[in-house]
Design a protein around this ligand. Structure first.
Ligand code: FES
Length: 126
């Protein structure tokens, strides 16, 4: 990796506030698990809710989370909490109560599955 790439990588990490993130949220906006328009509305709601509520989280739009029915799907790590039918209204509450507040919205949780493996240190021991 050259110095230019290294600088871009560090800038990317800084931009996403990697060092202060407490959670990572993935959302699949379809098109197999839900209509693409509905999924896109949920993605926009996720971005807006995270911004409005100052959520210390990373968020990623997943191309597919491999469930492919009952979406949009939203997953919160490190808890491994899977929410189906994550409509914009549900997304706002999930962000408020779970992503920010730390309490999963139990009635909408379809599965809780933390990752089985232990954390692996990076090359710099991070
Ligand atoms: S398209 Fe959403 S889980 Fe596969």
């Amino acid at each position: 990796m050259d110095a230019k790439d290294a600088a871009k990588i560090e800038a990317g990490f800084a931009k996403m506030s990697l060092g202060s993130a407490r959670r990572h949220v993935f959302l699949c906006p379809g098109p197999e698990c839900c209509a693409g328009e509905a999924g896109q509305a949920s993605w926009e709601a996720l971005k807006a809710a995270c911004k409005a509520q100052g959520a210390a989280t990373l968020r990623s739009k997943a191309d597919c989370l491999r469930v492919c029915a009952g979406g949009p799907w939203l997953v919160v790590y490190p808890e491994g909490t899977w929410y189906g039918q994550a409509s914009p209204e549900r997304v706002e509450r999930i962000v408020r109560e779970h992503v920010v507040g730390g309490r999963p919205v139990a009635e909408w949780v379809v599965r809780t599955q933390p990752l089985a493996g232990a954390a692996t240190p990076g090359p710099a021991g991070q």
